[in-house]
Write a protein that binds this ligand. Structure first.
Ligand SMILES: [Fe+2]
Length: 249
């Protein structure tokens, strides 16, 4: 998520989380009709697609008004991670995990590669009423899921719902009606790379302090960007040449 571990932005004091969660559920229902749309008929054969096929497939799926969560999961699972496809987009920072924009989805959605050095993790965060899909490309990610704080005005530790290890080629999904989460690379010896898809794309979201439940607004930042275009033709891109623009860091 590229969520700042040190919240920079103002505290939200005038919005109750109860209301926010209710609104989130309503908005998700309105925007995406999760689980109600039938499969489009597109099929994705295991091991037969590459990363560029995934990006094209996402473009097709999201060209429609409704999001079929199962179809997106199916597409992401069908791709067998190959470092040759994505290694050139990775950037690494010993101080924090990095977010590398692969496809800006014409402003409708985005696809991001996150690079987690050993032990790095995100803050607990929400997803701004968007759908969030995560596919592990290398290593392992540990997802800790939390309930929304029940009382906006009372300090209390966040309630953890579950912890899940997600391994290479597995896909996880969350939205604000499901809960909040924190992601981390649990390994002290191996890096982790994950592919994230957010629809709609968003520029900020809420982060939470685990001990108090206090929340703040976190800016979503990118450490590299493909500027919405990827050279499918010969596999050579500005990313491979290190021609990144640094944004909002
Ligand atoms: Fe997230």
């Amino acid at each position: 998520m590229g969520l700042e571990n040190e919240p920079r932005a103002m505290q939200l004091t005038n919005v109750t989380l109860t209301n926010y969660a209710t609104k989130a559920k309503k908005k998700l229902k309105e925007n995406s009709a999760v689980n109600t749309k039938t499969m489009s008929g597109r099929r994705y054969a295991q091991d037969s697609i590459c990363l560029k096929d995934v990006l094209r497939g996402l473009g097709e799926i999201f060209s429609e008004d409704k999001v079929d969560v199962d179809e997106v999961k199916s597409l992401l699972r069908a791709y067998k991670s190959n470092p040759k496809d994505w290694r050139k987009y990775c950037t690494w920072d010993p101080a924090r995990y990095t977010r590398n924009l692969l496809d800006s989805g014409n402003g409708k959605y985005n696809v991001i590669i996150l690079c987690w050095s050993e032990g790095q993790g995100s803050a607990i965060h929400a997803h701004a009423n968007s759908h969030c899909f995560v596919k592990v490309m290398d290593g392992q990610i540990l997802e800790s899921m939390y309930a929304w704080p029940e009382d906006d005005n009372e300090e209390a530790p966040m309630r953890m719902l579950k912890k899940t290890s997600v391994n290479v080629d597995e896909v996880s999904y969350i939205n604000d009606s499901i809960g909040l989460h924190r992601m981390e690379n649990p390994s002290h010896t191996e890096p982790t790379v994950t592919l994230h898809v957010y629809i709609p794309a968003y520029g900020e979201c809420m982060c939470f302090d685990e001990r108090s439940g206090h929340r703040s607004v976190c800016q979503v930042v990118f450490h590299s960007a493909q500027d919405g275009t990827i050279d499918y033709g010969n596999g050579k891109s500005s990313a491979a040449e290190g021609g990144f623009d640094r944004m909002n860091d």
